[in-house]
Design a protein around this ligand. Structure first.
Ligand SMILES: [Zn+2]
Length: 317
């Protein structure tokens, strides 16, 4: 048995360790303090896929690569999946996409932030910290390929930015964009920097994030709860947690083409074809698999809808 004196020393040591841990994590973990306000939701105009798909609107979307990111296959593809036993982990180069949505009356909007121009000279862009070089994917980019240059070239005076989620390869390009437009994310989507360890501050200067609340959404099975962003059935956000807690898909209900932007709920065409869900970059691998399974079911039910993936230049039409 320990003497009371030893026991007391152990308690004191444990208390000091715990206190130090709390102080250190308080210094390092830097959740974004950016103000969150609700995205103002119009009444949904329609509430079934059949009604939506038979009422396309004057809206279009084009997807562009803003550079590439070298990463491990296991980050984007769950190699623990039973269908992945023959697949080896290997570095892959993935395009980092953004999409420009154009609505006849409302103008142009951007989906996701892509990469900023710093990736031409620096594989880590504006990311910095002790573990950045060791653990972060290496970006590369042609001059003029970045998001701001793309918007100039496409003469897209964007009225706002809709984000599938807030991982760094989707927020880097925001540093060069205007700050006086709405920035919209799904509810529960966090943006965290780890001071000294890994940080980017991509939201600097953005005054607030508008959060889409899905509790007033309509159930668009098999994909899930959806909200009619413009109130005319043209542009929808659909809840798809798993890759991140607040991940969102966007559906563009165009006359020319109806397109589902999958973000990282389905990274590539190959991922879709194999049915193997997202890998270790996911906040919840099982939930990410379930979200991707719903995309596959949706495409089977509505083959006329094209899929545009978060990290692929190939679309599935
Ligand atoms: Zn991504």
């Amino acid at each position: 048995m320990k003497s009371p004196k030893t026991a007391r020393k152990m308690w004191i040591a444990a208390g000091i360790t715990l206190g130090a841990l709390i102080i250190v994590s308080g210094l390092i973990v830097q959740p974004s303090l950016i103000r969150r306000v609700p995205f103002t939701l119009p009444e949904a105009s329609l509430d079934t896929w059949e009604a939506i798909l038979s009422n396309p609107r004057p809206i279009s979307v084009r997807t562009f690569s803003t550079g590439t990111m070298k990463t491990d296959l296991s980050g984007i593809l769950n190699l623990e999946h039973p269908a992945a036993t023959d697949i080896e982990d290997t570095p892959v180069d993935l395009p980092v996409n953004v999409s420009i949505v154009r609505h006849a009356e409302r103008g142009a909007y951007l989906v996701d932030g892509g990469l900023d121009a710093s990736y031409v000279h620096n594989p880590f862009g504006t990311m910095r910290g002790l573990i950045v070089e060791r653990f972060l994917g290496k970006g590369s980019q042609e001059p003029g390929q970045d998001t701001a240059s793309l918007l100039d070239r496409e003469q897209a005076a964007i009225q706002g930015v809709f984000l599938t989620h807030l991982h760094m390869d989707h927020t880097a390009g925001l540093v060069d964009l205007p700050k006086d437009i709405p920035y919209v994310v799904g509810e529960n989507e966090r943006y965290v920097n780890f001071r000294f360890i890994i940080q980017g501050d991509h939201l600097a200067g953005v005054p607030e994030l508008q959060e889409i609340a899905f509790d007033k959404g309509v159930d668009l099975a098999p994909l899930g709860t959806a909200v009619d962003l413009f109130g005319d059935g043209s542009f929808w956000a659909i809840r798809s947690p798993g890759h991140s807690a607040g991940h969102v898909l966007y559906f563009v209900n165009g006359v020319e083409e109806q397109v589902l932007l999958t973000g990282d709920a389905c990274n590539t065409l190959e991922q879709f074809s194999t049915g193997i869900g997202p890998g270790f970059y996911s906040s919840d691998v099982a939930q990410a698999q379930a979200s991707m399974d719903r995309i596959i079911r949706f495409k089977n039910q509505h083959p006329q809808v094209a899929l545009s993936f978060g990290h692929d230049q190939a679309m599935l039409r």
